[in-house]
Design a binder for this molecule. Structure first.
Ligand code: ADP
Length: 482
């Protein structure tokens, strides 16, 4: 089975969040299950620099205002179609979406319409010798692929639209429609039109044969106005075609037994080795050395992630006796608040602003718990890394966090199945209440190590989830024949 994946980021080449992890790991997981996935992605400078031999398999004399070509390349374990369109993607700043100052490029609609248009062309057989059986688009940047297919020549090819975060919808003014190259009939409520403008994600949700999101609980949540971000009506209409499939993680990259970012590698047989990593964390974050647990946060610093609540709870966390290590970047106000908290609680709280993949590994390998207080969380990956590394997840009970962590309540503890802590409602008070439970459990070495080991036993690999995607692709293909 040949599946074309379309995404705007893919690990390890370009990553701003969980989408890249999924786009990079799923093809590898599917390869073992009889599915050959090729991924179409933009030729950002970092991507173009990652390969030498350029062999164009598709050329455009003019694609949205400039020459473009698609190169078929293999980088690492990934089979890629790289869309080389310098006028759209060769830009400074390193990030996929914005300028060096962090502002979104004003022509993002054009950049990702172009990506999607090429996705639609490939789906329709534009590359000699390649015709995907299924097309799988991720998030708004790739969503229009399914609209191009629907209004073009690939209407009979099954499609999957995966929503990694419904908050990002790609909504633009009606003025862009004329430049998309779609027929006039597409500009309707059951096409790409959305509140008078053009909705990229909306168009994909409308056109997709199946919609998936990255956890069963989030799939249910987005049917409500509270989580639906204005799209709950459409999502409810498509409820029969809506699936929730939890993300896995790349268990080779995230493996405490061989992680080169750790000061000391370890496995469940000897968790005392984690102490060396903890010492490295104390040094990096300027924390006092003692036996109290270090709670860490590795996150975008945003409202969605509950980082304002965290900032408000810092004093309570410190007075409960824990230390806190925060790595993240995002909202300047939240960055400031968390830096101020570190200044206020020198030695007890450390904040590093920035994006540091290596340090994020060390934190999972050396901190005692990872806190994820998200207001909504489609899946969440850091709690899965936490499980694998014996860094006990403490999470808000929402979305994928609800689906992947077993709360250490009395029943779970007595059955020996607890893997972390959940709290609800999502408030500073509930967070601190959970933290007190964490402190109690941490004070009992036997209980704590049972929670750690239970988490490390959880299957967080892509194995089961990849099977679910294969089942879905098969189901859609069977509908095609029928
Ligand atoms: P989202 O995609 O909503 O940001 P996820 O939990 O799904 O959240 O994925 C976030 C990914 O980004 C994880 O792999 C996490 O480790 C990583 N990450 C987030 N912030 C940082 C940071 N400041 N430094 C290193 N890695 C980070």
């Amino acid at each position: 089975m040949q599946v074309l994946s379309v995404a705007s980021e893919i690990f390890p080449l370009v990553k701003t969040g969980g989408l890249a992890d999924v786009a990079g790991a799923l093809p590898i997981a599917l390869a073992g299950k009889g599915v050959a996935m090729r991924s179409l992605l933009p030729g950002y400078p970092v991507v173009m620099e990652a390969f030498r031999k350029r062999k164009a398999v598709l050329q455009y004399p003019s694609l949205h205002g400039g020459k473009a070509a698609v190169h078929a390349v293999r980088i690492g374990d990934l089979d890629l179609f790289v869309l080389d369109a310098p006028h759209l993607f060769n830009r400074p700043g390193g990030g996929p979406y914005g300028d060096p100052a962090g502002r979104d490029w004003p022509d993002n609609w054009r950049r990702f319409a172009a990506l999607s248009q090429v996705g639609g062309d490939i789906a329709a057989g534009a590359i000699a010798g390649y015709r995907p059986d299924v097309v799988h688009a991720h998030d708004w940047q790739a969503a229009m692929t399914l609209a191009y297919m629907r209004y073009g020549k690939a209407v009979a090819t099954p499609t999957v639209m995966t929503v990694h975060n419904l908050a990002f919808q790609g909504q633009f003014g009606a003025g862009v429609f004329g430049e998309l190259g779609l027929p006039a009939e597409a500009m309707t409520v059951d096409g790409v039109e959305y509140y008078g403008g053009v909705g990229f994600l909306k168009a994909g949700l409308q056109a997709a044969w199946a919609i998936t999101t990255v956890s069963p609980t989030y799939a249910q949540e987005i049917r409500s106005p509270e989580f639906g971000m204005g799209l709950d009506g459409l999502i409810n209409m498509r409820a029969d075609d809506l699936y929730g499939i939890v993300n896995g993680i790349d268990t080779d990259i995230w493996d405490p037994a061989k992680d080169r970012h750790l000061a000391a590698t370890y496995d469940a047989a000897d968790l005392t080795l984690r102490r060396r990593n903890r010492a490295a964390i104390e040094e990096r974050f300027n924390l006092e050395r003692d036996e109290s647990p270090i709670i860490c946060v590795v996150s975008r610093l945003t409202w969605q992630k509950g980082m304002d609540m965290l900032a408000g709870a810092v004093d309570g966390i410190v007075s409960a006796g824990a230390r806190l290590a925060v790595l993240g970047s995002g909202d300047p106000g939240l960055e400031g608040a968390l830096l101020a908290a570190a200044a206020r609680h020198r030695g007890r709280v450390g904040t590093l602003i920035g994006y540091d993949e290596a340090l994020s590994h060390l934190m999972q390998g050396g901190c005692d718990a990872i806190l994820v207080p998200s207001r909504f969380e489609p899946c969440g990956l850091t709690q899965l890394y936490g499980l694998r590394y014996g860094c006990v997840p403490v999470v808000a009970r929402t979305g994928g966090l609800a689906d992947t962590i077993i709360d250490a309540n009395e029943a779970a503890l007595s059955a020996g199945v607890a893997t972390g802590f959940q709290f609800t409602p999502n408030s500073g008070d509930a967070l601190l209440h959970a933290l007190h439970r964490v402190m109690r459990a941490h004070g009992n070495a036997e209980v704590w190590s049972s929670i750690q080991r239970q988490g490390m036993k959880a299957d967080v690999s892509w194995n089961r989830s990849a099977e679910r995607y294969v089942e879905l692709y098969r189901l859609l293909l069977s509908r095609k024949v029928a």
